[in-house]
Design a protein around this ligand. Structure first.
Ligand code: HEM
Ligand SMILES: *[C@@H]1O[C@H](CO)[C@@H](O)[C@H](O)[C@H]1NC(C)=O
Ligand SMILES: *[C@@H]1O[C@H](CO)[C@@H](O)[C@H](O)[C@H]1NC(C)=O
Ligand SMILES: *[C@@H]1O[C@H](CO)[C@@H](O)[C@H](O)[C@H]1NC(C)=O
Length: 407
């Protein structure tokens, strides 16, 4: 016990030391990360057909996905095809090229998800959450559910869990009607939507994107999605049963960096979960544990997770202003790849169309920051539903064609 107390003391001293000396802290953080990796590989669980297939039976895609799931391979990719699609939608040339239809879809999704402010908009944020809510309805005891399109092919949308997703649901169904004649499944459309949306947000990772999932119109099992009042213990157990460990869970909830809630507190409709909604930065992490602007509304579930000893360490690492972003993007991409394959039993037969995604944006300057700052302090309630396009309203940086709003 004495040794244990001493260890805690040593760690605390170490933490304050490393924050006082950022350069040194980075090296130490990198060392801790390497040590963590070794530990994590052992605890990584395989899913779907990869649980039973032998290495000799794996396709190149199957091998890559297995390595990503085992934390041995990066799930981000910059491989991009900037050429125009092989042919128009439905043409023989387009049908002959697997990713052609996905290229048309990516163009349409990117246009829909990119706000005029340069931030990603509410359709993007909802698309990321929709990807989670389709795939997340699965546990290691389920015989069905997961990333199967059922969120939009069954009555799952009537569940309270899915409040706040109706705009993307309608849009996704319209895309499905347009593109399903060309062999596109709802499950893939939803997961590609989440990946296009993530990279459409400034700083968001460009996540490797696989297609070939099968649809199911049967509603997934109930009570498998988290609640905003859940304790850290409840959340960690809920996700463990989805093969998602505490580390990956901390990475995934970072998606709240883009969020603007509507149903947690209806009196504060549109209030964000960090100071930069629509931007895939790491501010969500330190703002959840520390001070945040008055308009930032923190979820109790996020606060709980940020404090639990099983998740607090990673929370702190992602909060690091010098390397937190790259670390988080890398971990989020891996964790989301796993999430997007829950319940998928033909992983070895999937194909890859990552090249259709828009480019990653590694920097972002909010030209309307002056107005946003006032909004974050509590002014300009009318901006709550307009942050996506605030630059148009304010006229800042937008060529002066917008109207300047006054408080
Ligand atoms: C710890 C578990 C989680 C809880 C309790 C939780 C809960 C919530 C709640 C209550 C909202 C606000 C919905 C609204 O009022 O409109 C929300 C928004 C959101 N969540 Fe989560 N979530 C969790 C994990 C995740 C994960 C794993 C992802 C994605 C990988 C995610 C992505 C999002 C996104 C992008 C939004 C913003 C939606 C928007 O702005 O319209 N969440 N979440
Ligand atoms: C999104 O919009 C911004 C601002 O209009 C622009 O700079 C950026 O290139 C767009 N991104 C994509 C992927 O189209
Ligand atoms: C988690 O959040 C709830 C509120 O929903 C709070 O009452 C509880 O103390 C928190 N639990 C932990 C372990 O932090
Ligand atoms: C499901 O996951 C939980 C949490 O990790 C674990 O305790 C349990 O043994 C798993 N069950 C099966 C059937 O794999």
């Amino acid at each position: 016990m004495k040794g244990f107390t001493y260890l805690i003391y040593a760690l605390l001293t170490f933490v304050s030391f490393s924050s006082a000396h950022p350069g040194m802290g980075d090296t130490m953080a990198a060392m801790r990360r390497e040590a963590n990796k070794v530990k994590r590989v052992e605890s990584k669980v395989l899913i779907g057909d990869l649980k039973t297939l032998k290495d000799t039976q794996l396709t190149p895609i199957g091998k890559d996905i297995k390595a990503i799931l085992l934390d041995q391979l990066d799930a981000e990719s910059n491989i991009i095809d900037t050429s125009i699609p092989a042919g128009s939608l439905g043409s023989a040339a387009c049908k002959a090229d697997l990713c052609c239809v996905w290229k048309w879809i990516s163009y349409e999704m990117t246009a829909k998800f990119n706000g005029t402010s340069g931030r990603c908009n509410k359709f993007a944020r909802q698309a990321v959450r929709l990807g989670f809510h389709d795939a997340g309805v699965w546990s290691n005891t389920s015989t069905y559910g997961g990333a199967d399109g059922s969120i939009l092919l069954s009555d799952e949308m009537t569940r309270a869990d899915n409040n706040g997703l109706s705009a993307i649901a309608d849009q996704m169904k319209a895309w499905y009607n347009k593109y399903s004649p060309y062999g596109v499944s709802m499950a893939d459309l939803i997961q590609m939507g989440a990946n296009v949306a993530t990279v459409a947000c400034p700083l968001g990772p460009r996540i490797r994107s696989f297609v070939g999932r099968k649809d199911n119109s049967k509603a997934g099992p109930a009570s498998l999605l988290p609640g905003h009042l859940d304790s850290a213990d409840t959340l960690i157990k809920l996700f463990a049963a989805k093969t998602i460990d505490a580390h990956d869970l901390v990475a995934l909830v970072g998606a709240h960096t883009t969020s603007q809630q509507h149903f947690v507190n209806t009196g504060r409709d549109g209030d964000p979960q960090d100071s930069t909604p629509g931007v895939w930065d790491v501010k969500f992490y330190p703002e959840t544990t520390g001070n945040a602007a008055p308009r930032v509304l923190k979820f109790q579930s996020d606060i709980n997770l940020s404090k639990d000893p099983r998740s607090a360490g990673e929370w702190q690492e992602f909060s690091n202003p010098s390397n937190g972003q790259d670390h988080w993007n890398e971990d989020y991409a891996k964790a989301y790849t796993r999430l997007s394959l829950l319940g998928v039993n033909n992983i070895n037969d999937l194909k890859e169309c990552t090249k259709v995604l828009p480019p990653h944006r590694s920097s972002y300057v909010a030209e309307d920051q002056v107005i946003l700052d006032m909004w974050l302090q509590g002014q300009f309630n009318q901006l709550n539903s307009l942050v996506d396009d605030a630059i148009m309203l304010t006229g800042f940086g937008g060529g002066g064609s917008g109207t300047i709003i006054t408080p």
